[in-house]
Design a protein around this ligand. Structure first.
Ligand code: KDG
Length: 315
């Protein structure tokens, strides 16, 4: 197989154009969010074929999402519709430093109703990589079942499963349930991509080495721990690499950096590159993402990525 399969929830995104808390903002900019969609756009821009499965309502936000898919030449073939549930949307604040705050309207969204019945007939024969994040399984019980189902089926079909735990605490009923569930899903992954603070929270360990050892115990082959501006730590159980981070000329918005990183890893694996090369590319796209305001607008084409990796300094 050579295609990349993703499943997730796309949302209308209203990003504040002024600094301040969300309840004090007057002006918002319109775009599209969704971790798996960001990754899909990232891999697609690098020239890979992606299959993006989701469910939308028939409303204003679904037309925004569809325009975004069309603009990025991602097929609508795997988009399903609900006539009773809405498309999710969210707000994002603008900050001078650190991570912006977000506010979701996605409870009972169309995507949260995706069931095993819906995905049972997805043809996996052409799929090289299945990408899963910890957001989709947090949306509802059936989304969790769907996630497990697809991961297990991928494992049975020798499909590489990349997994970004992508902690979104507000989507879970408790921290304990979140940790237990996200670690259970990690067992089906070929490659796990935690950020260092996510890794600490999920494993209870401190260093990238210890966090990696935890996932190796679960049977995960590749572990890539994202270290923010410091780059990333990667191991396949035999070799260990530390990739220095690229230097961002300015930090505009940290949201979406992890998705850019994942797009780098996935595209590199799909091209048969090594873990080290994949990690380099992940770090590069992660850096490009923090220099852009949107969650996916800054994702590079192959040419832009090549220029960036040649010319940008490292930390
Ligand atoms: O990874 C970026 C995402 O946080 C964003 O695009 C929205 O999917 C999203 C979420 O659940 O926060």
């Amino acid at each position: 197989g050579e295609k990349i399969l993703l499943i997730g929830e796309p949302m209308g995104l209203l990003t504040s154009t002024e600094y301040g808390t969300l309840d004090s903002i007057k002006n918002f900019d319109v775009s599209i969010a969704g971790a798996e969609l960001n990754v899909a756009i990232g891999v697609k821009r690098l020239g890979h074929e992606v299959l993006y499965y989701s469910k939308l309502g028939r409303d204003l936000f679904s037309s925004w999402v569809l325009s975004c898919l069309r603009k990025n030449e991602i097929s609508e073939g795997f988009i399903r519709y609900s006539s009773i549930h809405n498309t999710g949307f969210m707000f994002k604040s603008k900050v001078q430093d650190g991570d912006p705050s977000v506010y979701y309207y996605r409870k009972n969204s169309a995507a949260s109703t995706i069931s095993i019945e819906d995905v049972r007939n997805i043809d996996l024969s052409d799929i090289a990589i299945l990408h899963i994040t910890g957001i989709f399984p947090a949306l509802s019980n059936n989304c969790l079942e769907v996630t497990k189902y697809l991961m297990q089926k991928a494992v049975a079909n020798n499909i590489h499963v990349t997994y970004d735990p992508n902690i979104r605490m507000t989507l879970w009923e408790s921290k304990e349930v979140m940790i237990r569930t996200l670690n259970e899903l990690a067992k089906y992954a070929t490659t796990v991509l935690p950020g260092i603070s996510e890794g600490r929270l999920l494993t209870g360990f401190e260093t990238a080495e210890e966090i990696s050892a935890f996932y190796q115990e679960l049977g995960v082959k590749n572990i890539i721990v994202k270290l923010g501006e410091k780059g990333a730590f990667a191991t396949d159980g035999e070799q260990t690499y530390v990739t220095q981070g690229y230097f961002p000329n300015q930090i505009i918005d940290t949201v979406g950096a992890g998705d850019g990183f994942a797009a780098g890893i996935i595209s590199a694996f799909a091209e048969g590159l090594s873990l080290q090369e994949a990690t380099e590319r992940g770090a590069a796209i992660g850096c490009i993402q923090v220099m852009h305001v949107g969650d996916n607008e800054g994702l590079p084409t192959r040419e832009q990525l090549g220029i960036f990796m040649k010319t940008n300094k490292k930390f």
